[in-house]
Design a binder for this molecule. Structure first.
Ligand code: ACM
Ligand code: ZN
Length: 549
């Protein structure tokens, strides 16, 4: 009787500890049903591995990336479970998480995790692959404060469907501090994303320090005030701006690279250039004066390709951009560039004449003038060993010979480009625009641009449609979500619009399409949510609220 009572008391006590989330919750079990779901999880016979304070992480000595991987794993496990394994290069026969290279797989991001009573073995085809194995293991771990975590014996075999798994963040409309950009990069890594498309210039702000053009920092980086709401005629009277120094940019590039994320910088041209024109009005068709935009939209004032100085400017800027960003891809924008100024500009018209451009195939001579700009910039970047990505408007007129197309207005541009043998990244508004509302009940929501892209819609996205042949599908490099920040000023709101939709996008990017299942995804999401809470990310709760109703 006495013993029974004591047991009851102990049970109540441990329940109390568990529910407080503080103190030692004792032991818990890992769950491999993570997001994105690994390709194969085979549960095997035998006893479980137990992670405790005496467990070690080993990695091959002399490999800096693997050393960093080991440190990431130690940090991640400590953060999730409270258990911090010691890191060593000693070969361990038992009680160790062993990180190694050498997995034979044609996919360089493939990894395998083998778990038995003695060890957890993460073997990758590359250091990046080992990192994804680490992310899977850390997401499997329970979130709490434990003295023991058991990992059931299993073999997990995994590799991504797409090599390009992207997320875009616009810091031109609202500047975001470096510390937050790093936290955002951590979030991308948690979702196995390997490309961070950084939208750094636009009408409302220029965010990259360029030595040759200092007025980009002095003038273009700051707008006088910002329109209130959706282009009401009222303004907040408060200057908004900021730019990243070269040291900061290089630091962020290195931070991302440590997490196997390539930063693709975007310098949007020839449109979306008002901020630069405000500093260098001689690069516009009318000569200005221009002002850094205080409201949102598509502006008629764009760069003047009739003037040679425009190309001197762009090549100067891109030369410095290449010094900062080692990415093979440089995004040159190309979207939403009205042709109205070019139609009236003597310099542009002289250029059109000189090049012999004519209206044809449903496009005007001015469209072909934009193609000329794109092709000329492409050649400049190709000559420096880089390659361009442009928004799908670069298809209008003549597509630059080596361009990769980012299809945003719909899938059509991407389909057309793939049929022409060009590489494509799919990011259509309908599935991939995270600035759109996540619910139809917008009353209680923070202001958004409009639209409706709920979690399930993101999840249903198929980036390689069946209109394409197998060969053409090979040109679909991957998918990306975009977050434009006209209506998003602070980091918490950026996170709220991103999560949990990024979780759905990660399954689109990572999983084989036949294995995706939305209902199953919903059962796996709460565990990831616990990690969002632990890591201090803000997220939308609609999908969780609906489930509990
Ligand atoms: C875009 O959304 N203007 C690419
Ligand atoms: Zn012009």
């Amino acid at each position: 009787m006495k013993t029974f009572k004591r047991l009851q008391l102990m049970a109540a006590f441990s329940f109390l500890l568990a529910s407080c989330g503080t103190g030692d919750n004792g032991s818990a079990e890992a769950d491999y049903q993570v997001v994105p779901l690994p390709d194969q999880i085979e549960m095997t016979e035998g006893k479980a591995f137990t992670l405790t304070g005496s467990t070690r992480i080993t990695y091959p000595g002399g490999n800096e990336k693997m050393e960093r991987n080991a440190a990431f794993l130690a940090d991640f496990l400590e953060l999730s479970t409270g258990i911090r394994p010691e890191i060593t290069t000693d070969e361990a026969k038992k009680d160790a998480v062993i990180l190694s290279l050498g997995l034979q797989d044609e996919n360089p991001e493939a990894y395998r995790i083998q778990i038995d009573r003695q060890n957890i073995w993460i073997e990758g085809a590359s250091e990046a692959a080992v990192f994804y194995g680490i992310q899977t293991l850390r997401k499997s771990a329970p979130v709490g404060n434990y003295s023991h975590v058991t990992f059931s014996p299993a073999t997990i075999t995994d590799a991504p469907r797409f090599g390009y798994r992207g997320m875009m963040l616009d810091v031109a409309r609202h500047f975001q501090p470096v510390e937050f950009v790093k936290k955002y990069i951590d979030l991308l890594a948690l979702h196995h994303i390997n490309r961070f498309h950084w939208h750094l210039t636009d009408d409302q702000g220029w965010r990259i320090a360029i030595d040759a053009y200092p007025k980009l920092m002095e003038i273009s980086s700051m707008r006088r005030e910002t329109v209130i709401g959706r282009n009401t005629d009222e303004y907040d009277g408060t200057p908004h701006g900021g730019y990243y120094t070269k040291e900061e940019l290089k630091d962020v590039v290195a931070y991302a690279a440590e997490r196997y994320i390539t930063i693709i910088p975007e310098v949007d041209l020839p449109g979306h250039m008002l901020a630069a024109l405000a500093a260098y009005p001689e690069l516009g068709c009318t000569g200005g004066p221009y002002e850094v935009a205080r409201k949102w939209g598509v502006f008629e004032d764009v760069l003047c390709p009739g003037k040679e100085e425009t190309f001197t400017f762009l090549e100067g800027v891109l030369t410095e951009v290449m010094e900062i960003f080692p990415s093979w891809y440089i995004h040159i924008g190309g979207d939403e560039a009205p042709k109205t100024r070019w139609e009236k500009c003597p310099d542009c018209q002289a250029r059109i004449k000189e090049l012999g451009l004519k209206d044809r195939n449903g496009h005007t001579a001015e469209h072909y003038l934009q193609s000329y700009v794109t092709a000329r910039i492409e050649k400049f970047l190709n000559d420096h060993g880089r390659s361009i990505i442009g928004w799908d408007e670069i298809l209008e007129g003549e597509l630059a010979p080596n361009a990769t197309v980012m299809s945003w207005r719909s899938m059509d541009g991407g389909i057309q480009a793939a049929q022409m043998g060009h590489d494509v990244i799919m990011t259509p508004t309908e599935y991939c625009y995270f600035d759109y509302y996540q619910t139809q009940d917008t009353e209680g929501e923070p202001l958004a641009i409009g639209g409706y892209v709920p979690l399930e819609k993101v999840y249903s996205f198929e980036p390689a449609p069946d209109q394409l042949t197998a060969e053409q599908k090979n040109h679909i490099l991957g998918a990306q979500a975009n977050l434009w920040t006209e209506y998003i000023s602070d980091p918490e709101h950026v996170e709220y619009m991103t999560l949990p939709r990024l979780a759905a996008m990660s399954e689109v990017q990572w999983m084989q399409p036949g294995k995706k299942n939305y209902d199953d995804f919903l059962t796996r999401l709460p565990h990831l949510r616990a990690l969002y809470d632990k890591l201090g990310y803000h997220y939308a709760t609609h999908v969780f609220d609906e489930k509990s109703r």
